[in-house]
Design a protein around this ligand. Structure first.
Ligand SMILES: Nc1ncnc2c1ncn2[C@@H]1O[C@H](COP(=O)(O)OP(=O)(O)OP(=O)(O)O)[C@@H](O)[C@H]1O
Ligand SMILES: CC(C)(CO)[C@@H](O)C(=O)NCCC(=O)O
Ligand SMILES: [K+]
Length: 244
């Protein structure tokens, strides 16, 4: 059994796997890390490895306290990945993006793949059919858009996510919801159209905290899997064991 942990920019997600099957998924805040991991390991005592991918500034020490119970692994860009990294700055590529790219490469062989992670940031990652990781894009996620409109202006209120009535917002609130939600949807549809115009035979994977909200609003119908990063962490770790 393997415990995978995704330390995101905002929250932490964890999953216990038995082979390729996920047994349970957990979401928690950073200040609860040690308490929650301890509980998970009490429940799943057969866990032999803890695999961490972190883009947040979490203390490594919080994980190392579990080394008495099982083996602890922190994935980095120095691990083995199933793609050729063509990013011009491979050392600054986020480990979450590398793990998503690895999961897409292993799960969908011999085709072009686009992974869209709608989390704190929206990230786009493209791996071509020859397993070259080419890069993608980084832009602000839904909640970040609402927060920055409020934080960097004098008069805009902080709103929480709501579907706009129309693309023509007829009040301050509706104008913000339209700008944030429709802007988000148009951006993603626009990127998908651009990739489709340039590549054939490709698959799109949509994941992250806003994946489900987004999936039903896109013009392009695509399959959403909000656990794709955790599943990819499990697969990346298996790949590392087999190829190290
Ligand atoms: N409790 C919550 N806290 C934060 N974001 C939430 C919450 N519930 C839903 N969301 C939505 O999820 C999005 C954040 O996604 P996610 O949880 O994947 O981010 P994250 O944990 O920071 O991970 P990553 O850094 O990989 O993006 C926000 O834009 C927000 O709309
Ligand atoms: C883009 C984020 C913040 C998304 O979580 C993360 O992948 C990151 O910190 N990346 C580093 C920059 C890069 O990927 O080029
Ligand atoms: K993200």
């Amino acid at each position: 059994m393997i415990l995978t942990v995704d330390v995101g920019n905002t929250r932490i997600k964890a999953a216990v796997f038995e082979g390729g099957t996920v047994l349970e998924i957990f979401t928690f805040e950073k200040n609860e890390l040690e308490k929650k991991i301890k509980k998970i390991l009490e429940k799943f005592q057969k866990c032999s490895d803890l695999v961490v991918a972190s883009v947040g500034n979490i203390e490594k020490q919080s994980f190392l306290t579990f080394e008495k119970d099982l083996k602890v692994h922190f994935l980095t860009h120095e691990d083995v990945f199933p793609f050729t990294n063509k990013y011009a700055t491979p050392k600054t590529l986020g480990i979450d993006r590398m793990v998503l790219a690895a999961g897409a490469t292993l799960k969908f062989p011999k085709q072009n793949r686009l992974v869209i992670d709608a989390g704190t940031c929206i990230t786009y990652d493209f791996i071509d059919e020859n397993d070259n990781y080419l890069g993608g894009a980084i832009s602000p996620g839904l909640r970040l858009r609402y927060e920055s409109l409020h934080n960097f202006t004098a008069r805009l209120p902080l709103l929480t996510l709501e579907s706009p009535d129309s693309y023509i917002g007829d009040s301050t609130k509706q104008a913000i919801h339209s700008g944030v939600v429709n802007g988000f949807v148009y951006e993603i549809d626009g990127f998908i159209d651009e990739y489709r115009a340039n590549f054939s035979n490709f698959i799109i994977i949509l994941t992250g905290g806003d994946a489900d909200f987004l999936a039903k609003r896109l013009k392009n119908t695509i399959f959403a899997n909000s656990n794709f990063l955790l599943e990819s962490l499990n697969q990346t770790f298996q790949y590392k064991i087999d190829n190290d």
